[in-house]
Design a protein around this ligand. Structure first.
Ligand SMILES: [Zn+2]
Length: 59
């Protein structure tokens, strides 16, 4: 299970709307809207996604 880096929804890699590679990591998106937002500010969303992963690792 991956997380949409823009809206934070859990995404099933097989049913994701879209997937892109950015800096060697795959990112999955629930919709075109999220993918376009990521496209505009990839670095901002990459850092957000990293933060979410660190928080999730606490549990
Ligand atoms: Zn989304």
């Amino acid at each position: 299970m991956a997380l949409d880096p823009v809206c934070g929804k859990p995404i099933n890699a097989h049913t994701a709307y879209w997937m892109i590679w950015y800096r060697g990591t795959p990112y999955y998106f629930c919709s075109e809207e999220c993918q376009l937002k990521f496209d505009r500010k990839p670095e901002q969303y990459r850092l957000q996604a990293l933060e979410r992963r660190e928080k999730a690792a606490v549990y």
